[in-house]
Design a protein around this ligand. Structure first.
Ligand code: TRP
Ligand code: ZN
Length: 884
């Protein structure tokens, strides 16, 4: 551990690189345990930087074999190579070529960064700072070079040799068992977009003709035997290519687009230029192995990585503080893609649910940071929900405020102005401002200020003047290092419902007609008065979730029920149902469990309203399915905000589930029967919607507590002909002590024990299942012969699902869940710090727990702080404890 690694880096310290690299020539001699890399770097001093500095290259665990400048070998006293870099004090003042010969050990690489092995193949992961594990380099995103890559390897075990760009040459190495391939990427790129793959992989091919008539070869490489699981990924890729042309005018720019699926991958996928590398979980799908949610995730992530070709690759980030520049914008683009392909409002509901469940806690806890952070210790820790999901919301707000057309014009200008450059968030906003004529200077606060703003609203009605006044104040909570904040521009979309549930025309005092219901809040306190309102209206605020804020308002249950039945905005109609349930649930779980709210009058009214919407046939199945889902235990915890007792929350939710399951039993059973025949499996939105709605009904039916309903779930499992039906019925059965649960679990295991991705689901179902002995069950599974700490997907399936998907188990009263997570993280931290640090993120809300659990969590965190930790885990633990 180098103490200097633990010093924070600051955005304000940015300085242009001292040297530039124009071209990179790499020659890989691939061997599992000792790969030799020859690098020829055409360099020159950066005219923008101060001259005559030593050349300092990044490196990590790379062994230097030889070094030469302009072909002349350097003597040992002319350079110094260490574990973290290479320094050459004296280099030419003009252009020169630096030649390096280095070695690394892919087989021993368990951090899965740089060049490593997955299932016998070579692959790479260079974002953000992995390239320095392959060779010494200026491993920063503002050094852009063109690459020529030669890969040489044993031909029999590595028939496939891939790198970025276009293939230019291949052949055998005479007199050996080896062969080689040469790839050239004409587009200058930073090192984090470099990729290479070698191995024995199967290939599925197709092609796409761009809008200008160029044909692009499309290939997906997977393990042999998995070829029949690639169709959906290929179809998604073609849809994404077409959509980006139509919606944003973006065309692909190489002759080939390759995707490789690997089974050992730290994250979801990686947008390397022309050679995307994927966690195979986000490529492989067959009706019997992948659920509807898996299909949707594959569609979204294939599109996400493809969209990076313009937002990230052609235009990249100046430094890692600007990560949201590519990630927020690209998430926004993939969300819009999926919304256009499927039922739009449902996609919005899912995205907002994801934002609230993952980003809101981050933003209100000790790890809160701005969408563009001002400092970090380890950049790997900043691939967060804030950078990605809130970053996407900022782009969405910009589109809302500018309007679709001007937003598109702004993006066009951004692409035109900055193609081939490494830029900043300021450059992005300047393009949008210049193209639209809108002043966006205040909007920068959204990028620099952490914390979820609270938007406190109240509506005053004046009978005399027939006016309604909406009073809005934005409350900006303090976050670590940011006690005071400036007000921000907030797009607030609203409607006012008249007595029959229709939207009233919105006319401001000055006569402005708000045809789209869009207000722009710019001050801390602001009022908007609407005229010509005949009777007191019901406000529908923050329609479409137009800004990532926490809306608070004085509104009673009757008004919420009214919105739930009548709101013309589908998002807010769903939100009303959630708010209604959340009100009952928080009343029941606050301080100590009180069953009245989840058993009484309010609960039966909610049940009846749910039955009415569920039977409204004009609404999409998927939408009705979402209506039938109660807020999750974590949703309720977030609403409570403090003194959280996860057992009380679960009891409240189970009781409400029981009340509803009994109150509208006949309706639910009717829905369940009516949707029984979904025909042969198809992942399309309508079929998936039917399955989702049917399973939501099943969940409430089983929640009723009647024994024949558990039998219904068991039968659902036994009759399942696709993974969606199988896995959700298994999830519903999992918490029950019942032989039918054990049978289903054993059956699933027997059927899928040799299929890694499906077996992950078997681990995850058990980890998520709320039982008094969850900790022991999960602990026991650690020693299951099929479990391995070295595979990230399996770790996430078991340990991640437990920590993030099983609130009662993880937060068990005696603190055993916390201790378990800490022990696992410590073991993983020894070889894969990136993974360990991500798992430790599960402690982020510890301060909101009731005192007893809070004390246990604190003790566990203090234990971790005293252990030997990687820089990654150190940053998370120390910030989570807040003793920095
Ligand atoms: N850029 C990747 C994306 O689009 C993120 C990513 C993939 C990543 N693998 C990684 C980030 C490894 C850090 C480390 O989402
Ligand atoms: Zn991304």
């Amino acid at each position: 551990m180098h103490e200097s690694d633990r010093q924070p880096k600051h955005l304000s310290d940015y300085a242009a690189p001292d040297y530039l690299i124009e071209t990179v020539d790499l020659d890989f001699h691939l061997e599992p345990e000792r790969t030799i890399v020859h690098a020829d770097l055409a360099m020159r001093p950066n005219p923008e930087a101060k001259a005559a500095r030593p050349l300092v290259l990044d490196g990590e665990g790379v062994e230097l074999i030889s070094i030469a400048v302009d072909g002349k070998p350097l003597q040992p006293d002319e350079y110094s190579a260490t574990e973290t870099g290479l320094t050459v004090p004296d280099v030419p003042t003009g252009p020169f070529t630096l030649s390096l010969k280095t070695a690394c050990n892919p087989e021993a690489n368990e951090a899965l960064l740089g060049l490593y092995r997955s299932n016998g193949a070579f692959c790479t992961q260079c974002e953000p700072e992995g390239f320095r594990r392959i060779t010494f380099f200026l491993d920063r995103p503002d050094v852009l070079a063109t690459y020529r890559v030669r890969l040489e390897a044993d031909k029999k075990t590595n028939p496939v040799l891939l790198s970025n760009g276009n293939p230019v040459e291949r052949g055998d190495v005479e007199g050996t068992d080896r062969h080689y391939a040469v790839w050239e990427d004409p587009h200058p790129k930073p090192s984090y977009l470099f990729a290479a793959v070698a191995g024995d992989l199967a290939k599925i091919s197709d092609s796409f003709t761009t809008q200008s008539g160029r044909e692009v070869a499309l290939n997906i490489y997977v393990e042999h035997g998995k070829e029949d699981r690639c169709d959906w990924a290929m179809e998604s890729l073609k849809n994404a290519m077409k959509w980006d042309e139509e919606r944003f005018g973006r065309e692909y720019d190489l002759d080939v687009f390759n995707i490789v699926a690997v089974s050992d991958f730290n994250m979801g996928a990686m947008e390397n230029k022309g050679l995307n590398i994927f966690n195979d979980k986000l490529v492989l799908a067959r009706p019997d192995t992948a659920s509807d949610a898996d299909y949707a995730a594959i569609e979204g992530v294939i599109a996400h990585e493809y969209f990076h070709n313009w937002t990230g690759n052609r235009i990249t980030c100046r430094d890692w503080f600007q990560l949201c520049l590519k990630e927020g914008l690209t998430v926004f683009r993939d969300q819009e893609f999926s919304a256009d392909l499927r039922a739009g409002p449902v996609k919005r509901i899912l995205d907002v649910r994801n934002l609230k469940s993952r980003q809101f806690p981050e933003d209100s806890g000790p790890l809160a940071h701005p969408v563009r952070p001002g400092s970090y210790i380890e950049i790997n820790n900043f691939y967060t929900a804030t950078v990605y999901e809130k970053g996407a919301e900022l782009c969405r707000m910009l589109q809302t405020m500018l309007g679709r057309d001007d937003f598109r014009k702004g993006l066009d200008l951004y692409f035109e102005r900055h193609d081939g450059q490494a830029v900043t968030v300021e450059d992005f906003l300047a393009a949008l401002a210049d193209a639209s004529g809108k002043d966006l200077s205040e909007f920068m606060h959204w990028y620099n200020q952490a914390g979820t703003p609270e938007l406190a609203c109240s509506l005053d009605y004046d009978q005399q003047s027939k006016t309604a006044t909406l009073n809005v104040s934005q409350i900006l909570p303090a976050t670590p290092g940011q006690p005071n904040k400036e007000p921000m521009p907030i797009p607030l979309r609203i409607g006012l419902l008249g007595p029959n549930g229709d939207d009233l025309p919105l006319t401001l005092e000055d006569g402005t007609e708000l045809s789209d219901g869009l207000l722009e809040v710019t001050e801390r306190e602001q009022s908007f008065t609407f005229t010509g309102i005949p009777t007191p209206p019901t406000p529908s605020l923050l329609r479409e979730f137009s800004a990532p804020v926490r809306l608070t308002q004085t509104i009673d249950l009757e008004q919420i029920e009214f919105l739930m039945m009548h709101d013309s905005d589908p998002f807010n109609r769903w939100q009303a149902a959630q708010s209604y349930a959340a009100k009952l649930l928080t009343d029941a779980a606050r301080d100590r469990y009180n069953p009245e709210p989840v058993k009484g009058q309010g609960a039966s009214r909610l049940a009846k309203a749910l039955a009415v919407t569920a039977n409204e046939e004009e609404l999409a199945y998927a939408y009705r399915g979402e209506m039938l889902k109660l807020p999750s235990e974590s949703d309720i915890a977030r609403e409570l905000a403090r003194n959280i007792d996860t057992d009380a929350i679960r009891e409240a939710r189970e009781t409400l589930r029981e009340t509803i399951g009994n109150a509208i039993h006949a309706d639910l059973a009717g829905i369940y029967e009516e949707l029984a025949d979904t025909g042969p499996y198809s992942p399309d939105g309508i079929s998936a919607g039917k399955r989702s709605m049917r399973i939501a009904a099943l969940d409430l039916l089983v929640g009723s507590g009647k024994d024949d309903e558990l039998e219904r779930a068991a039968a659902h499992y036994r009759g399942a002909t696709n993974m969606t039906d199988a896995i959700y019925s298994l999830l519903i059965l999992a918490p029950h002590d019942d032989p039918r649960r054990d049978e289903a679990m054993a059956d699933f295991y027997e059927r899928w024990k040799d299929d890694a991705l499906v077996l992950d689901k078997w681990f995850a179902v058990q980890a998520r299942s709320a039982r008094p002995d969850s900790v022991e069950i999960v602990e026991g599974l650690l020693s299951h012969p099929k479990f391995s700490l070295k595979n990230p997907n399996r770790v996430r399936a078991l340990i991640g699902s437990f920590a993030n998907g099983n609130p009662t188990g993880f937060n068990r009263k005696d603190g055993a869940g916390y201790e378990f997570l800490a022990e696992c993280a410590l073991r993983i931290d020894k070889f894969n710090p990136h993974m360990a640090a991500r798992l430790l993120g599960a402690f982020e809300s510890w301060r909101f727990l009731e005192p007893n659990r809070e004390a246990h969590a604190k003790a566990t965190l203090e234990g971790l702080a005293n252990a030997e930790l990687s820089t990654d885990s150190y940053e998370i633990v120390s910030k989570t404890l807040g003793d920095e």
